[in-house]
Design a protein around this ligand. Structure first.
Ligand SMILES: NC(=O)c1ccc[n+]([C@@H]2O[C@H](COP(=O)([O-])OP(=O)(O)OC[C@H]3O[C@@H](n4cnc5c(N)ncnc54)[C@H](OP(=O)(O)O)[C@@H]3O)[C@@H](O)[C@H]2O)c1
Length: 390
């Protein structure tokens, strides 16, 4: 029996997949958007190559990875009846990580996050009814806490239906959690809420540059429109992926909901900018909090305009509320259960910044060496052979 993982071609999902492959033994059912198995393998190789070399990938792809070519927004993922039945019959736990993070598109968040999560929940119910479901883990976000200011938010009180949300992403992710609790109340569940996931504390390389770009832009400014002692809750992706994989596989986790965050140990803008200034031998920026209002207006005016400036403004406009809310998410649960804390951002932010600048915010992807279709065909045969044994 396998773990169904959605979102494995994405940044966090690929980290979770590689963690499960390296440290655990179950096969993985991966839902991947692609026209055929060959394209799906190519897409997986792109997202997995940060974590493994091609022989290792090849070996996992031929043994423990089972690809299902599907889209969350299609009924039964758009799978043929026999494929869908195979997915139900071979899945004994689920990690639902896929989502639309498009904060500007209500339509995309509605379709992928709400309709897509409902499809995954329906699959979970079918697996539960067929042979039982060991656990349903849902990767959510701290953004479900809605509008906040100067708070330390606890897991069980984060959702307050009377609060407004910052964007359609937060709103739909909040309802996803609700769906999981309401429809799968009789299944062991875990809700994981990462804070701002930025970089990997083990290495400078990343293939996700959206937030990094915003961070590098801000790091280059001589004046910042923030309060210097505000804290910003940033967590490295390696801590997030390890926590999801470990707690998903644990027989009896202590809690249902976990903040995967830096919590009370989140660092202030002053600490972060000083760490960066020291590493670069530059002067630290000045903080002028009075500029918060005007900056927000400038971002609103520039967002959506053409060119590099417009692009950066759009990005910053989306993230600005999360930079000035001075709100952190208590992580005592995950720290106690993992027996360790996430590395502080000040320890690894400079290598991340340097890597991103040196590579012009693009990862140098290596092509999959096996360009022939033979291996994909072999995998197809192997998948069906393994299926008949499961
Ligand atoms: N990144 C953060 O800072 C952060 C913070 C808190 C929470 N989270 C949560 O973490 C999870 C993963 O985020 P991420 O940063 O890794 O995002 P990402 O890199 O954008 O990955 C999103 C994944 O979802 C898949 N997906 C999207 N629409 C799909 C569809 N219609 N059908 C099937 N798959 C679909 C994507 O597949 P394609 O490759 O085919 O597009 C991709 O694998 C999300 O649930 C997000 O809410 C992220």
């Amino acid at each position: 029996m396998a773990i169904l993982l959605t979102g494995s071609t994405g940044y966090i999902g690929a980290h979770i997949a590689s963690n499960l492959l390296a440290d655990h033994s179950e096969p993985l059912n991966l839902l991947v958007r692609a026209r055929d198995l060959r394209e799906a393998r190519g897409r997986l190789w792109r997202s997995f190559q940060l974590h493994m070399d091609s022989p290792q990938f090849e070996s996992f792809a031929n043994s423990r990875i089972h690809i299902f070519l599907g889209d969350l927004t299609d009924t039964r993922f758009g799978l043929a009846n026999d494929e869908y039945a195979r997915l139900v019959h071979t899945t004994d736990s689920i990690i639902h990580c896929a989502a639309s993070l498009n904060r500007k598109s209500e339509k995309s968040c509605l379709n992928v996050n709400l309709r897509g999560t409902l499809e995954v929940v329906q699959l979970a119910m079918r697996a539960r009814d067929h042979h039982g479901l060991r656990r349903f883990s849902h990767v959510s976000t701290v953004a479900v806490a809605g509008h906040r200011a100067n708070e330390v938010v606890q897991e069980d009180t984060a959702i307050d239906w009377n609060r407004s949300d910052y964007d359609p992403y937060a709103r739909t992710k909040k309802f996803c959690e609700h769906m999981v609790h309401e429809l799968l109340h009789d299944v062991p569940r875990a809700i994981f809420r990462p804070s701002i996931v930025l970089g990997d504390s083990r290495r400078p390389e990343t293939n996700q540059f959206e937030m990094v770009r915003a961070f590098v832009f801000l790091a280059g400014l001589p004046v910042l429109p923030f309060r210097p002692n505000d804290r910003i809750d940033i967590v490295p992706v390696d801590f997030v992926a390890d926590s999801v994989a470990t707690l998903h596989q644990k027989e009896k986790p202590d809690h249902v909901i976990y903040h995967l965050s830096s919590g009370r140990e989140s660092e202030t803008f002053t600490v972060l900018t000083e760490a960066l200034s020291q590493a670069q031998g530059k002067r630290a920026p000045m903080f002028v909090p009075e500029l918060e209002g005007p900056s927000s207006k400038v971002l609103n005016a520039l967002a959506g305009t053409a060119g590099k400036v417009g692009g950066t403004a759009t990005l910053l406009k989306v993230f600005f509320p999360y930079l000035v809310w001075n709100t952190v998410f208590d992580n005592a649960r995950v720290v106690a259960e993992m027996g360790r804390r996430p590395a502080p951002f000040s320890q690894y932010c400079y290598p991340l910044l340097r890597f991103s600048r040196e590579n012009n915010f693009a990862y140098q992807y290596r092509d999959w060496p096996d360009a022939s279709a033979t291996s994909a065909a072999a995998a197809e045969t192997q998948n069906s052979a393994q299926d008949s044994r499961r």
